[in-house]
Design a protein around this ligand. Structure first.
Ligand SMILES: [Zn+2]
Length: 81
């Protein structure tokens, strides 16, 4: 799955603000950051984060609920689930 330009921008803004969810202006629901597991393509959710100055998230470790794999995707690979 690939994110749209708008989603990528929303993800970048959320990371810079230290947030792991993005409110969807259309529905009001919060959407969570996700990345596909490299082993099986399952949408993995955030397991832990590394924060830089000003609480900005600089690294995200994901964990796949399907196979238990922990991985650190490039931030560009994150999308909204
Ligand atoms: Zn997996």
């Amino acid at each position: 799955m690939s994110a749209t330009v708008e989603e990528r921008q929303a993800v970048q803004q959320a990371l810079a603000a230290g947030q792991l969810t993005v409110p969807d202006p259309a529905t009001g629901y919060h959407r969570s950051l996700a990345a596909d597991c490299p082993a099986d393509g399952h949408a993995a959710s955030v397991w832990r984060v590394v924060r830089g100055p000003g609480h900005a998230i600089t690294e995200v470790v994901m964990r796949c609920a399907l196979c238990g794999n922990e991985f650190t995707p490039p931030l560009e690979a994150l999308y909204l689930h």
